[in-house]
Design a protein around this ligand. Structure first.
Ligand SMILES: [Fe+2]
Ligand SMILES: [Fe+2]
Length: 184
């Protein structure tokens, strides 16, 4: 059986590949190897536009809203927890960007801040994705009607088109592939 949320699960796969790149970059920093700050700027760009601006918009503006309409409470429940985690992710992303900028300006003391924000983001998002794939999305799919599923699919497509567009989505797939090669 296929669900509209399968599209979000596929997006999680790409986000997890980027998280693996980020973890690998952090390992390098921890072992004293240099990592160009540009790599972290690319990761931040991906997180902001693909993961947050587009993927999280599909969750926050479409999926979670419909779950609420179908009787799954937002506040105090698992949906509320997901929203708080999205916010925490945004804080780590800001911290990572700021630290990468300091590194670019030659401040080696920025390295521990890069490490802590990158690790924080990676751990948060890995657990977040696990919960969505295994708890949240199945919870919605138990209450959605076939018409809901069709509506969701259309809405997800609309958000993609409005927020980012097919070409940019392809660009991010290519970015992940290239960073995987670069980081080894
Ligand atoms: Fe989420
Ligand atoms: Fe998600």
């Amino acid at each position: 059986m296929s669900f509209a949320s399968d599209r979000l699960v596929q997006e999680h796969d790409l986000i997890e590949r980027m998280i693996a790149v980020l973890n690998r970059a952090v390992e390098k920093l921890e072992s004293g190897e240099a990592v160009p700050p540009e790599l972290f700027f690319q990761v931040v760009d991906f997180i902001r536009n693909f993961a947050d601006h587009t993927h999280h918009a599909k969750e926050e503006d479409v999926l979670f809203r419909l779950m609420e309409e179908r009787g799954i409470p937002r506040d105090g429940g698992p949906v509320g927890v997901m929203l708080i985690e999205h916010d925490h992710g945004r804080e780590f992303t800001r911290g990572l960007e700021e630290a990468a900028r300091r590194l670019q300006n030659g401040d080696q003391n920025a390295i521990p801040d890069i490490i802590s924000n990158a690790r924080g983001y990676a751990q948060l998002l890995t657990e977040h994705i696990y919960k969505e794939n295994n708890i949240l999305y199945p919870m919605g799919n138990r209450v959605f009607t076939p018409e809901d599923q069709q509506w969701l699919e259309k809405e997800f497509e609309r958000v993609d088109k409005e927020k980012i567009g097919e070409e940019t989505i392809r660009k991010y797939h290519t970015m992940v592939e290239e960073l995987e090669k670069q980081i080894g």
